[in-house]
Design a protein. Sequence first.
Length: 148
Amino acid sequence: MPSTSSRPTDIVLHQASRVLEVAFDDGNRFRFPCEFLRVFSPSAEVRGHGPGQEVLQAGKKDVNISAVEPVGAYAVKLVFTDGHDTGLYSWDYLHELGTSQDRLWQGYLERLQAAGASRDPAGAVNLHKFGASRSAVPPRFQNPPTDE
């Protein structure tokens, strides 16, 4: 991604609404749903180690951020409530996510639909890294039992 040279002037986590708000010194202000940041994590766990190795992140609709940790003067580490904490979000990456948010989100929704996956956590399994479709999963694993 191209360098923006923009730096954040304010980062605010709104846990109740599950939104991270980031203001930049170029005047841009972005409101990122936590789900969006989770599914577009820059970690190798999500992006893979090369082109075509991305792992579609399903079932992240209710994820929140439990901590925002500074990493030097160039990034933040976001700790998510689903345990994911390996992505470092550089200022350039956050700025790029902000300017491309609508396009990226639409593409994500289209990939979920094509894979027969859901944003909802109930029954969502990240099978896509194994090349399996949801229909190939034995029925007992498609709808895990609940405590109800």
